[in-house]
Design a protein around this ligand. Structure first.
Ligand code: ATP
Ligand code: MN
Length: 468
């Protein structure tokens, strides 16, 4: 076969160099044909769209074409021509075809369309080859890029916080332990507690649930930073919105108060959504048509509105009124309750019909480091609530006062031995500062319209599942 420089299908489809000979390589989506002509839809992952290869059946012979079935991989040399069929601009008239690899239809699992999401999760190693997951993971890449660009353009520094941590104080959830100890033969003291002296780090360590505390160390030195890394929570939450391993983006900004923090969160998330609409429209259009006819309208919707900002207490009042009028929630509503997703979504989808930033939560349901309000009951927290998702961002202004922070740590019996370095930010040159955490996969749920968080991360880790 003649050697011709490969052209990516995304570029071929935009080309108008009719009559020129090109090479494309990719995987067969479908082949259909007759005695005269065969049509191969070829995809190379560069775009949701396939290029159509037109094959003269007689020229290649039926025997040669037989193994070209769904999933087979090919290299094709051919002439670029303007397409006759509707919906595509160009097609390729094949001159030479090399079959790299076949995919036996008897065993290749991706045959007919319309596999269930559950089935595709069982073959997560191959689901990447479907249109749906191609679209999702191209969007995932684009969102990661947009996030770095957003912060870089605004003078934030990307700061890497550790994945292994010795502090168990974030209170954000159950942690996974990290150890090299022989679990069959654990050394214990007279009270039966495990001795960690001889463990790898000489103390008990876990996978991080948040990079925030270290992020604050950096923000109070570099001014404005963000983290973007893997995060682990061992809570047994089998919901469509929770993963045991997920990615979190955590900006932290010195001198920002809660209002600056809300402005940043709103600008940030709108930027990401706008980026998706500007750069991933083919994929979004596909997902809109396949799964969620409201997707594009919902994305455009959040860009239009200024997010509603109201206090937790006002939010509870609205929910209580809804209950009084007969609205049924699964979980109870009262001042002090940690809102469930159904409550958050009621405020967003039924009441305001617009994203909501809820502030000033009861201190009992929020982390120790949040700035305490003068009422003695609430803290300067801010959660961004989104349609279809509920909480997408959780953040706060941080307690900058050493004594107040110290007392709160004592009240909650958080071991001081874990906290000395964190408290030093308030001991030396303390400043007001704020930040938040955005769950990357929650953002992707929103942008892709997928219904389950397991379908926006390549290889999901959830309770009882760590395959691939
Ligand atoms: P939730 O109440 O939804 O369980 P949280 O309040 O425990 O979340 P935070 O500790 O505030 O979450 O974390 C910040 C953000 O990280 C959340 O707003 C969410 O977007 C994301 N997040 C938290 N836990 C998970 C998880 N288990 N899987 C995926 N994303 C998560
Ligand atoms: Mn939260």
């Amino acid at each position: 076969m003649e050697t011709i420089q490969r052209t990516k299908i995304v570029d071929v489809l935009k080309s108008t160099a009719y009559g020129s000979t090109v090479n494309v390589k990719g995987w067969v989506r479908t082949r259909r044909g007759s005695k005269q002509v065969n049509f191969i839809a070829l995809n190379d992952g560069t775009t949701i769209n396939n290029v159509q290869i037109v094959v003269d059946t007689e020229l290649f012979g039926e025997e040669f074409l037989k193994p070209i079935t769904t999933g087979a991989s090919l290299s094709v040399n051919g002439v670029l021509v303007q397409s006759q069929g509707k919906g595509q601009s160009v097609e390729i008239q094949a001159k030479e075809i090399e079959i790299y690899g076949t995919a036996d239809p008897a065993t290749y699992p991706l045959q007919k369309k319309g596999h269930s999401m559950e089935f595709l999760r069982e073959i997560a190693h191959l689901r990447l080859r479907t249109n749906t997951f191609g679209a999702v993971f191209r969007i995932r890449h684009n969102m990661a890029y947009a996030i770095h660009k957003f912060f870089h353009d605004r003078g934030f520094f990307y700061f890497h916080t550790p994945i292994i941590t010795a502090s168990d104080c974030e209170g954000a959830g159950q942690m996974f332990q990290v150890t090299t100890k022989n679990l069959y033969n654990l050394k214990k003291d007279e009270n039966g507690s495990i001795i960690y002296d001889d463990d790898f780090f000489g103390k008990q360590t876990s996978l991080t649930v948040s990079g925030q505390l270290e992020g604050e160390l950096a923000a109070t030195a570099l001014g404005q930073i963000y983290t973007f890394g893997p995060t682990f929570r061992a809570e047994n939450s089998n919901t469509p919105r929770h993963l045991a391993e997920f990615w979190m983006i955590e900006p932290e900004v010195a001198f920002n108060d809660i209002n600056d923090n809300m402005d940043l969160a709103e600008e940030f998330i709108k930027y990401c959504v706008q980026w998706a609409l500007d750069n991933c429209m083919d994929d979004i259009q596909f997902l809109n048509n396949m799964f969620d006819k409201e997707l594009i309208a919902r994305l455009q919707g959040v860009l239009k509105e200024k997010f509603i900002r109201l206090s937790y207490s006002e939010g509870i009042k609205i929910l209580e009124e809804a209950v009084a009028k007969g609205h049924k929630f699964e979980f109870p509503v009262y001042w002090g309750v940690d809102l469930a997703s159904e409550h958050e979504r009621f405020l967003v989808e039924n009441h305001f019909k617009c994203p909501v930033i809820l502030t000033d939560y009861p201190k009992e349901i929020k982390a120790f480091y949040m700035k305490q309000n003068d009422d003695g009951k609430t803290v300067r927290a801010m959660d961004v609530l989104f349609p279809k998702i509920g909480e997408i961002i959780g953040g706060s202004e941080r307690e900058a006062d050493y004594d107040k922070l110290y007392n709160r740590i004592q009240e909650l019996h958080i071991p001081m031995k874990d906290m000395w370095w964190y408290l030093d930010t308030r001991r030396f040159g303390t400043v007001p500062h704020s930040g938040f955490g955005l769950g990357f996969e929650r953002l992707l749920l929103f942008v892709t319209g997928m219904a389950n968080i397991r379908d926006v991360i390549p290889f999901p880790r959830t309770p009882k599942n760590a395959e691939f």
